[in-house]
Design a protein around this ligand. Structure first.
Ligand code: NAG
Ligand code: NAG
Length: 304
């Protein structure tokens, strides 16, 4: 079960006042004050509610999917226990409660056809998109509707929990000073030296300090510390859409280039990124061999 940060919900009671006709002026004054206070309270609640409701409330989930992949051609359409992988991701995303809209962004007609068949909305993006972020950005522009948050849901995590999607959205809604949010989970000791497993360190308030392909923090002994709660970065992120407009224009930064980690550009430019910790076993599908692994795992756990 994922442990997600949850925002507290507030309830408001609006007071109603009744006005009886009275000949006594004093009572009128008292009524006037009561009514004024009640109206002020209602207006106050509205202003507060509006702010509460409107702050980054319009959310779109985008699943970027491309057919050509250096490691795994046609990956989004690979069958996992009889269903295309992209459909599995989409079905999981559908269960998230914070998304107003979910679209698949693709440059490929086969993927688009397949997605329309199972009922997904599709936005065609150009083949020139260099990565998922650019694809999300283009899809967002083509959608034409206004959204405050876009969640980039990687199509190669077919077992993504909807609670994790909701978790990153709520984290960004609750952290006005952050422009970006993402998720981490416990790093398995055997993944400590794997450069494809990206590690993360966060500050006391849950903001990202750094991401690395190397093991961070680095224990003085030079060995992995079995006691330390190392964090593994998961491939889900959400951005403030205003930030997404300037993000592509930010020049590549030294640490980003050195580690080949796009998210470092955000931190190097001084923007804040909120990180939630979740309980999740990553089962990303990167190679054809991963498909068998994930299928046997699903059978084992009775997932279909
Ligand atoms: C390093 O790891 C060991 C356990 O392997 C731990 O006892 C120690 O506190 C850690 N930190 C330093 C600075 O050695
Ligand atoms: C991905 O796209 C972003 C936004 O357009 C760009 O800034 C970044 O350099 C790209 N990263 C890679 C690895 O191409």
């Amino acid at each position: 079960m994922p442990i997600c940060s949850s925002t507290s919900s507030s309830s408001f009671s609006s007071s109603s006042s009744s006005f009886g006709s009275s000949s006594n002026t004093n009572i009128w004054i008292v009524h006037g004050i009561v009514a004024g206070a009640a109206i002020a309270a209602v207006i106050g609640a509205h202003v507060y509610l509006d702010r509460f409701r409107k702050f980054r409330s319009r959310v779109v989930g985008i699943i970027p999917a491309r057919f050509a992949s250096s490691r795994f051609e046609g990956k989004p359409l690979v069958q996992i226990l009889g269903k295309p992988m992209i459909q599995r991701t989409w079905e999981r995303a559908k269960m998230a409660t914070t998304l107003d809209h979910i679209v698949v962004a693709t440059d490929d007609e086969k993927i688009a056809d397949c997605c329309r068949q199972f009922g997904a909305d599709v936005v065609m993006t150009s083949e020139s998109c260099r990565n998922g972020t650019e694809r999300c950005d283009e899809a967002l522009q083509k959608l034409g509707k206004k959204y405050d948050i876009v969640v980039n849901i990687q199509g190669d995590e077919p077992l993504i929990e909807p609670e994790i999607i909701d978790g990153v959205v709520k984290a960004l809604q609750a952290a006005p000073d952050a422009v970006f949010s993402t998720a981490v989970t416990s790093l398995k000791p055997e993944d400590a030296d794997d450069p494809n497993r990206v590690k993360c360190v966060v500050d006391n308030n849950g903001y990202a300090i750094y991401f690395s392909r190397g093991l961070i923090p680095f224990n003085k002994s030079g060995k992995v510390n079995p006691q330390f709660p190392y964090l593994l970065h998961l491939g889900i992120q959400s951005y403030d859409t205003k930030f997404l407009k300037i993000y592509p224009d930010l020049q590549p930064t030294p640490l980003q280039l050195e580690e080949d980690l796009e998210q470092l550009k955000v931190l190097e430019n001084g923007y804040k990124m909120k990180v939630i910790k979740v309980d999740h076993e990553a089962h990303g599908v990167d190679t054809p061999e991963d498909v068998e692994k994930i299928e046997s795992l699903m059978l084992e756990r009775n997932l279909s």
